[in-house]
Design a protein. Structure first.
Length: 241
């Protein structure tokens, strides 16, 4: 989708390049090639369902909805992020064991590490997300006079590129690139994870890239369908239970 020469879908590619050092674990899916996606038939938008958020409060939900709809705009290739349920995936992830830091070492000492050392904060992912949203909204109020969900698409683009490149700094001292990496990771996961986790509604994310779902044993078809869309309907966990 283009508006005034501004392609929001390009943000997913641009952000990976500028944030690669901090987001090494998330770049594999990040550069989903539009040319590859266009080989498949357009996926019709699913109607949005009531959110029923478990973790996010109203202000945070507004931020996340604006974020996912900006990073995944509705166009001829895909529905928008909220129609894909990416916001629901993020909410469930933050409310679950990952968001609570169930498998993180949380005893300190707390020192700023290198990207290769992984997560090094005294905050759980959910706490980081909440603090990062608040800090980003504070930056938006200071810079644009309103919160992230109420500024223009062009201004949101500036904010997200500033987060991914580290050009924005938070007054609270929260590490911007760590917040960005975590946020970006959850958006990508919400688009391509199994629908049982709330995102990838109607398997639309899989259909866009021609992924067959959990039955990924199509070795005999690799040569036959190389460079062409695979006709099989994707299957998720719920389809097999």
């Amino acid at each position: 989708m283009k508006k005034d020469g501004f392609d929001r879908r390009d943000f997913l590619k641009t952000a990976v390049v500028s944030g690669a050092a901090a987001a090494s674990a998330t770049t594999a899916i990040a550069a989903t090639d539009t040319a590859q996606a266009q080989q498949t038939a357009p996926v019709p938008a699913a109607p949005s369902e009531p959110a029923g958020y478990v973790f996010l409060n109203l202000d945070e939900a507004a931020f996340v909805e604006a974020l996912v709809d900006h990073m995944i705009p509705a166009d001829e290739i895909s529905p928008k992020g909220t129609d894909l349920g990416v916001n629901i995936y993020i909410d469930r992830a933050l409310a679950g064991g990952w968001g609570k830091g169930d498998r993180l070492y949380m005893q300190g000492p707390w020192k700023l590490g290198t990207p290769a050392q992984g997560y090094q904060l005294p905050l759980t992912p959910a706490q980081l997300y909440r603090a990062g949203i608040a800090a980003t909204n504070a930056h938006c109020r200071k810079t644009y006079g309103n919160t992230f969900d109420r500024i223009s698409a062009e201004q949101r683009q500036e904010v997200l590129l500033g987060l991914s490149s580290g050009k924005i700094s938070f007054d609270s001292g929260l590490p911007v690139r760590v917040f960005w990496t975590t946020m970006y990771q959850t958006v990508v996961e919400g688009m391509y994870s199994d629908p049982i986790y709330g995102g990838n509604r109607n398997k639309a994310g899989w259909a866009i890239i021609g992924f067959p779902g959990i039955i990924a044993v199509h070795r005999d078809h690799v040569a036959q369908y190389r460079g062409k869309p695979f006709p099989a309907k994707p299957l998720g966990i719920a389809d097999m239970s």
